[in-house]
Structure formats: structure tokens, C-alpha cells
Design a protein around this ligand. Structure first.
Ligand SMILES: CC(C)(COP(=O)(O)OP(=O)(O)OC[C@H]1O[C@@H](n2cnc3c(N)ncnc32)[C@H](O)[C@@H]1OP(=O)(O)O)[C@@H](O)C(=O)NCCC(=O)NCCS
Length: 166
């Protein structure tokens, strides 16, 4: 078997709407999602608050297999030096091959390029794959909201992580 190709990371385009929406729906799980499982009719993936420019997508062999969303944590000018990862998904069949790592590294670079000094995120306490990935890429736990979400009958921590970009 040949080695899988390296993921190519680029900023999303409006034409990515359908593959991104399908990927997001297929990957839904209480391991990472706090919103209920999406049901039809599905809302658009891109809207006023979710623009293509906010997303980096990963392609392997020209197929979209993952995305990361970068956003401002608040709309405040005094908070504009911080970016937050508000979404990271890799298609199930493409996991375990470095796509998530490539997306996080690209998100770090892109946040720096856009002038940010800090990158933060929130991750559910029970999401071991994502927590290992973030820790391996230099994010540290900066706070924990214990039992913040009741998901599938379990109280789950909301873990706040961050890293400097300087
Ligand atoms: C978390 C996620 C993005 C990782 O993507 P991926 O492409 O499989 O990750 P990679 O192959 O790049 O793995 C990078 C590192 O992540 C960690 N990791 C990935 N999968 C893991 C698993 N199943 N168990 C433990 N650690 C794991 C490891 O540290 C791994 O490094 P290693 O291969 O040197 O051990 C993917 O599992 C996913 O989409 N999960 C559902 C959505 C989600 O949880 N998003 C995060 C929301 S905060």
C-alpha cells in the first residue's frame, strides 16, 4: 500500500460549503459537540458569522478531509490580539494520519500571520484525542469549568487551553 499523501492546507472558499457541511454532519459526536445532532432541514454552513475566510481546510488527493475554524473570542478591540479555535474536525476515515496536526500547525501560522499574540480553545474533558493533539502542539490547560455540560447523561468538564504565538 502506498503511503497516504500529505494533507494540503488552504483557506476555505464558498464552493466548499457542501463538503464542509457533509463532513460536519457525518463527524457529529458527543465526544466533541455540545449542540444536539443536526437534523434536516440543515442550516447553511457559511453565514454572517461563519465566513469561508474563517476556515482552513485540509485536502488529501483533492478531497476535503478536515477543517479548523479561527475566530475572535469576542468582538472587543481590547481582545483583538487573541484568536480562538472554534471548530476542528477530521473525517473519520482520514484520522490518525497527521491531518489534525497539520491543521493545528496551519492555524498557529495563520493566526500569527493575522497578527495574533495568543491562540486559545475550549475542549471537552472527555475528548482524549483532541486534548493529546493540543498538548502536543504547545497548548496548556489554563482553566477548567467542572461539569459544565450534561452530555449523554454525563457531566463533562469544559477545558480552556491556550498558547502564546510570540
Ligand atoms: C481530534 C482530531 C481532530 C484529531 O485528528 P487526526 O487527524 O486523527 O489527528 P492526527 O493524526 O494529526 O494526530 C495527532 C496527535 O493527536 C493525538 N491523537 C489523535 N488521535 C488520537 C486518539 N484516537 N487517541 C489518543 N490521541 C490521539 C496524538 O497525540 C497524535 O499524535 P501521535 O500520532 O504522534 O500519537 C480528530 O480525532 C477529530 O476530528 N475528532 C472529532 C472532532 C473533535 O474532537 N474536534 C476537537 C474539538 S475541540
Amino acid at each position: 500500500m502506498p503511503e497516504p499523501a500529505e494533507p494540503r492546507i488552504r483557506v476555505a472558499r464558498p464552493a466548499d460549503e457542501e463538503p464542509l457541511a457533509s463532513l460536519d454532519r457525518a463527524a457529529w459526536s458527543p465526544l466533541h459537540a455540545v449542540m444536539p445532532e443536526p437534523q434536516p432541514p440543515y442550516p447553511p454552513f457559511f453565514d454572517d458569522r461563519h465566513a469561508p475566510d474563517d476556515y482552513l481546510v485540509a485536502e488529501v488527493d483533492d478531497r476535503l478531509v478536515g477543517y479548523v475554524r479561527l475566530a475572535f473570542p469576542t468582538g472587543l478591540a481590547v481582545n483583538a490580539h487573541v484568536r480562538q479555535i472554534q471548530g476542528l474536525v477530521v473525517a473519520e476515515e482520514a484520522r490518525g494520519r497527521g491531518v489534525g496536526r497539520a491543521l493545528i500547525r496551519a492555524a498557529v501560522e495563520e493566526s500569527r500571520r493575522r497578527g495574533a499574540r495568543r491562540l486559545t480553545l475550549r475542549v471537552l474533558g472527555h475528548n482524549t484525542p483532541a486534548r493529546r493533539l493540543y498538548a502536543a502542539e504547545g497548548f496548556v490547560v489554563e482553566g477548567v469549568l467542572p461539569g459544565e455540560f450534561l452530555l449523554a447523561g454525563e457531566y463533562v468538564d469544559d477545558v480552556l487551553m491556550g498558547r502564546s504565538l510570540l
